[in-house]
Design a protein. Sequence first.
Length: 95
Amino acid sequence: MTAFVKEKFTWDGMYLMYEGLYDGQPTMDEVHPDCHPSWVGEPKPAFIARFKYGRKPYKSWINFLVKKSSVEGYLKLAEEHSPLEAMDLLGFKRK
């Protein structure tokens, strides 16, 4: 299992993504065969969560994931449930 690295998270004001490498990570050309040539062979960033309405609890999510979860473990839970439910299942306490 691959540990999250805090510096590999990106947040654009709405979407929290993880750009670190992990086991089983697809490449951009596997997911989008018609992608731009500069993306061929590059790892696809993993979607972590979407934060609507300008709310910014993303920093607490990052800190929690770095301390309490693996990349593969969280992504599997988030695929089976919503990202919020996945965090609840991992023990994240919402404020």
